[in-house]
Design a protein around this ligand. Structure first.
Ligand SMILES: Nc1ncnc2c1ncn2[C@@H]1O[C@H](COP(=O)(O)OP(=O)(O)OP(=O)(O)O)[C@@H](O)[C@H]1O
Ligand SMILES: [Mg+2]
Length: 400
């Protein structure tokens, strides 16, 4: 039997656990393409921290839309993504002109071939494609939507993953702004187009505050959080049942505890324990045996990645709380070199993103909620200590 656990980024799980409400919301805002006057701007944003299932939910959305006969344009909002979208749209307009009977499947391959890289797709991007655009982006979109509607299709769904950018001068932000203004004008003209976007909470919140990205302000937001301990157990049990795998109760509890409710981490511990068990029955011994390997993996590749994406001040806050969980607001202000009254401002994005959670018992005290980010930050401290030992050794020789 193949391992039923699927750790990976964007790897569809064998069982998509507990996203019924979210799928319902996406359907409501995005699949009303046939309706003349939709209630919303037909935009949905999925936010959540690293490894929480955003890409997976987008993939489920794409499949559902395609099942309903809706063409889907899917891209990753990496550098230059607007050129990729633009090029794909122009390509499809040409194709539709030449081949009147192009199937929905072929249309979707053309639309997905950029940005997410479908293996085996025939379409390759020409060099300097950006210079070769025939019309402005908005105009290309209009031509495409018109062609789709004439083919009795209900419209176009655009799916954008990883809408993250680091700072105001990021070129990705410029592309997002250009995309937004083109999209906005399509919506104003009542054209059947919808968008589902995903990204990390902090950049998405920043984008929502940007006055040049107006469609995001009115978008419906779906926030993905960690599963609870009970839910994490249910995820593991459901996956095991679906593949006739036996797991003891104590193994399920140990796996759920280690996962801390992060979907990536649930899959990772499941994967490792399954491999260790040989595939017949997972018991708690197998889980203990892979515990260290699991921690190595998730501290570095999930918590560490999420930490390194934070700003310098945010990192300092996390590091300080990791090292001194009982720090007073006054001491924290001193560490940050700021006034005590400005602390909430510094913390706000971390709290909104669910990376920090207020301790209900002690006013002004916070705990690090992101799974294993505390452990990652403490490692940095130890590295610092090792470095300073090396420094002392090297500089410990007197000048003669
Ligand atoms: N609802 C779910 N039930 C079970 N497993 C899930 C669920 N959602 C996601 N997963 C699993 O969790 C892992 C991470 O999912 P995904 O890549 O979608 O996260 P993400 O939020 O896009 O992460 P990132 O921010 O790093 O891109 C994948 O291995 C996926 O199979
Ligand atoms: Mg993702």
């Amino acid at each position: 039997m193949a391992n039923p656990f699927t750790p990976g980024f964007g790897t569809p799980p064998t069982v998509l656990y507990g996203r019924e409400t979210e799928m319902g919301l996406i359907d409501r805002t995005s699949f009303t393409l046939g309706a003349k006057h939709p209630a919303h701007s037909r935009a949905t944003i999925i936010t959540g921290n690293r490894g929480i299932g955003k890409t997976t939910l987008l993939t489920a959305t794409v499949r559902r839309a395609q099942g309903m006969g809706i063409p889907v344009l899917r891209v990753g909002a990496k550098r230059g993504f607007l050129d990729d979208v633009h090029y794909a749209v122009d390509w499809l307009v040409d194709e539709l002109g030449r081949k009147p009977n192009l199937s929905l499947a072929e249309i979707n391959i053309g639309l997905t071939a950029f940005g997410v890289g479908i293996p085996g797709a025939k379409l390759t991007r020409k060099k300097r494609a950006a210079d070769a655009h025939k019309r402005p982006f908005g105009a290309s979109m209009r031509v495409l939507i018109d062609l789709l509607v004439r083919r009795k299709m209900s419209g176009l769904l655009i799916v954008i993953d990883e809408m993250n950018f680091k700072h105001a001068r990021d070129t990705t932000l410029e592309h997002i702004v250009s995309f937004s203004s083109a999209y906005q004008s399509l919506i104003e003209d009542d054209l059947p187009v919808a968008v589902v976007i995903s990204g990390l909470p902090i950049p998405i919140e920043r984008a929502r505050r940007n006055q040049h990205i107006s469609f995001l302000t009115r978008a419906e937001e779906i926030r993905l959080d960690e599963f609870t301990y009970q839910e994490s157990q249910a995820v593991i049990r459901t996956i095991a049942q679906a593949s006739d795998l036996l797991i003891t109760d104590s193994a399920v509890e140990a796996m759920a505890a280690l996962s801390r409710g992060n979907t990536y981490m649930i899959q990772e511990i499941g994967y490792l324990a399954y491999e260790r068990s040989g595939g017949e029955l997972i018991d708690v011994e197998h889980v203990s045996a892979v515990r260290t390997a699991f921690l190595e993996k998730v501290i570095g590749s999930v918590a560490g990645v999420a930490y390194e994406e934070l700003s310098t001040k945010q990192k300092l806050i996390i590091r300080t709380i990791a090292e001194q969980p009982e720090i007073t607001p006054k001491e924290m202000a001193r560490v940050l070199g700021a006034a005590e009254t400005s602390l909430p401002g510094y913390r706000k994005d971390l709290v909104d993103a669910g990376i920090l959670v207020a301790d209900p018992e002690v006013r002004g005290r916070f705990i690090i909620a992101f799974p294993y980010m505390k452990e990652y930050a403490l490692r940095l401290k130890n590295e610092g200590a090792e470095n300073s030992a090396a420094y002392d050794r090297v500089t410990g020789f007197p000048d003669v």
